[in-house]
Ligand binder design. Structure first.
Ligand code: NAP
Length: 256
């Protein structure tokens, strides 16, 4: 199938988990600028979500906020229902929400394991299932998982996070294999060091910042907007023959 406007998302409906801030916020805005209607999911910060929804509306786009904890599978139905009620369909799911709890392996507790896996991995898996059931009926869809360079390179004192991100890569491949015949592509985007609320401490202290920059050939910390292009490619018809793959958006970090 050929496409005259392969990056156009007019008429498409996207859900972005954790779409209220940071990388998810930039993705929500980017998808809306490309023409998609966007469901902006968030956990607690309603004002931030309202800000993203307001910015999309001010730009002539359509968006709604939906509070839901993606780590609680019982809340997934509300996200899917909100998308269908507001916009009638679901074409794109971006599994972006994640949590991290830094602790050395020798101090790790089952609690941290449970919450991190519930949000980062189990939440992504079952929200993908709920949306893929809708996409399968439409015979098309795009699922994009936001992983991390730490799916390949472990970060010290963050083993459970690293493991969930590595799991997302295999989740991507497994779902891609099963959903290909239904016209659904599943891919992964793995950012390097990006300046967000989550990483501000690490990247604003001069000493810690220089330690981070030593690892990045591009010699700069990324901005959330740096991640948007890869997501737009994987959300659009331009990627209809790309599935099961991971795109690293890391300024070359994995080369070192
Ligand atoms: P962030 O600034 O901390 O934002 C997190 C977002 O996720 C917020 O919108 C938050 O909502 C939402 N969220 C958190 N827990 C949630 C839950 N249980 N259910 C629903 N939403 C939830 O994060 P970020 O740095 O942009 O990271 C976004 C993604 O990129 C994550 O998957 C992260 O692992 C990945 N990543 C980030 C970096 C980086 O350098 N920043 C690098 C590699 C990968 P509230 O506003 O309501 O709290």
């Amino acid at each position: 199938m050929s496409h005259d406007t392969p990056f156009d998302l007019q008429g498409r409906v996207a859900i972005v988990t954790g779409g209220s801030r940071g990388i998810g916020g930039a993705i929500a805005l980017g998808l809306a600028r490309a023409g998609a209607s966007v469901v902006v999911n968030y956990a607690a910060n309603a004002a931030a979500a309202a800000g993203v929804v307001g910015e999309i509306g001010a730009g002539g786009g359509r968006a709604i906020p939906i509070q839901a904890d993606v780590g609680d599978l019982a809340q997934h139905g509300r996200i899917v229902a909100a998308a269908r009620e507001a916009f009638g369909r679901i074409d794109i799911l971006v599994n972006n929400a994640a949590v991290t709890k830094r602790e050395p392996f020798l101090d790790a507790t089952p609690d941290a394991w449970g919450r991190t896996v519930d949000v980062n991995l189990k939440g992504a898996y079952f929200l993908s299932q709920a949306t893929a059931r809708v996409m399968a009926g439409q015979r098309s869809g795009k699922i994009i998982n936001i992983s991390s360079v730490h799916d390949d390179r472990p970060m010290a004192d963050n083993s459970v996070y690293n493991i969930t991100k590595a799991g997302l890569v295999m989740l991507t491949k497994s779902l891609a294999l099963e959903l290909a015949e239904r016209g659904i592509q599943v891919n992964c985007v793995s950012p390097g060091a990006i300046l967000t609320d989550e990483t501000r401490d690490r990247t604003s202290d001069p000493f810690r910042r220089s330690r981070v920059l030593e690892k990045i050939p591009a010699n700069r910390v990324g901005d959330p907007s740096d991640v948007v292009g890869a997501v737009l490619l994987l959300a659009s018809p331009a990627s209809d023959y790309i599935t099961g793959t991971t795109v690293y958006v890391d300024g070359g970090m994995l080369l070192k």
